[in-house]
Design a protein around this ligand. Structure first.
Ligand code: NAD
Ligand code: DAU
Length: 354
């Protein structure tokens, strides 16, 4: 094997796309997926590639320093792509401490493990930290986040991610750890946990349940096809400059209400329902506390320096996503019921070394 890479959070939504991409594009890399399999982690997301010879799964927790030390000794990693996190803003409002423990302390533990393992021999190593546009706060009607926009996180989730970004930069400056960071906008696509806006709406439209839109529905997000995020991560991991940050975005802004209406129309078409039927399910509900009004990314640094652009437009991406959920109702039911944890036990019981 040419390189051994650690990918954290590889059983989650974005992580599973990154793991799949690296396993298939780089057969001479050994890909080690470390994941605690929280409610958001699901090995069914990787069922199609789990048997690949260049793949290993390690169940473990980034909050556990001793475990990380042993893992670095076991594999002698040359690179880390760090995605493991608590990722849902609403959960950060009801349970903020978990976000500090995983997103801040977990990241510090990983930085510490990498810096200790690579001490004095870090020239060809790389620690890639995957972060979010939410660290920049909230925009008004105009403007975009650039890499130099001052940090202004406003939810426990975004504050924990902002804090982790600062620690990554601190390890670069203090310990010479070779790092690269990216801050991305909202992703959508297959394997997205149905607590987030798009899969939740698809799930509810399918079941003809109410579609809960927060506040006035005019909050705006910039949506990116998840495989385009994975392609950007691949490019930045291999070609990004040491110590740099790259913004990643879809140049694809939608007000939530417009997005939900569009989803309703596409789902009506795919399900053969009367046009307009699903829109009747839209229900305005109590707003999210501290709800950020608008996010929008300026990804020109990534485009100009590394030549990255999104590969598909939203119409195509959404149709693919909606169709994927309709074709994978079993996945959706398992995730929603927690049955995937049983899948893990059956698949990996007495087989720790997989
Ligand atoms: P996700 O919630 O779907 O997946 C997170 C994964 O991390 C899960 O597999 C979970 O089991 C694992 N995990 C959680 N706590 C852990 C711990 N203590 N130890 C080990 N593993 C743990 O998240 P996602 O949406 O795929 O996001 C992945 C990363 O990308 C996060 O860092 C997130 O902040 C960032 N990000 C997400 C988006 C988005 O739109 N989803 C956009 C920009 C950045
Ligand atoms: O911007 C990147 C971030 O995008 C990531 O860092 C986060 O991990 C990811 O979860 C996402 O955060 P958001 O809060 O933007 O995503 P969410 O899907 O939770 O909500 C999108 C918008 O939809 C937001 O304005 C809140 C609104 N919403 C959400 C839900 C779940 C609703 O109106 N109703 C809902 O039921």
């Amino acid at each position: 094997m040419k390189k051994t890479l650690l990918i954290t959070g590889g059983a989650g939504f974005i992580g599973s796309h990154v793991v799949r991409r690296f396993i298939t594009r780089y057969p001479d890399y050994l890909i080690v997926n470390l994941d605690a399999l929280t409610y958001a982690g699901n090995l069914e997301n990787l069922r199609d590639v789990a048997g690949a010879p260049n793949y290993r799964f390690e169940k473990g927790d980034i909050r556990d320093q001793a475990f990380l030390k042993a893992l670095f000794e076991k594999y002698a990693f040359e690179g880390v792509i760090h995605l493991a996190a608590e990722s849902h803003v609403d959960r950060s409002i009801s349970n903020p401490v978990a976000f500090v423990e995983t997103n801040v302390m977990g990241t510090v533990n990983l930085l510490h493990a990498a810096a200790q393992a690579w001490k004095g021999q870090s020239e060809d190593k790389r620690f890639y930290h995957v972060s979010t546009d939410e660290v920049y706060g909230s925009l008004g009607e105009e403007g975009f986040f650039t890499e130099t926009t001052p940090y202004d996180p406003r939810s426990p989730y975004s504050a924990s991610k902002a804090s982790s970004d600062h620690f990554v930069r601190a390890w670069h400056h203090t310990y010479d750890l070779p790092v690269v960071l990216s801050n991305c906008s909202n992703n959508y696509g297959p394997y997205h946990f149905p607590e987030k806006l798009i899969p939740l709406m698809i799930h509810n439209i399918r079941q003809q349940k109410a579609l809960p839109v927060y506040g006035d529905g005019k909050y705006t997000r910039d949506w990116l096809w998840v495989e385009d995020h994975a392609s950007a991560i691949d490019l930045i991991f291999h070609k990004g400059r040491n110590g740099e940050t790259y913004n990643i975005g879809g140049n694809n802004e939608w007000k939530n209400i417009d997005l939900v209406e569009k989803l309703c129309d596409i789902m009506d078409e795919l399900l053969g329902r009367t046009p307009g039927a699903s829109r009747q399910l839209i229900t305005f509900v109590k707003d999210r506390p501290g709800h950020d009004r608008r996010y929008a990314i300026d990804a020109s640094k990534l485009r100009d320096e590394l030549g990255w652009t999104p590969s598909i437009n939203f119409d195509e991406g959404f149709r693919r996503t909606a169709q994927w959920y309709l074709d994978n109702t079993e996945w959706l039911e398992h995730v929603a019921s927690g049955a995937y944890q049983q899948y893990y036990a059956e698949q990996y019981e007495n087989n720790d070394e997989r």
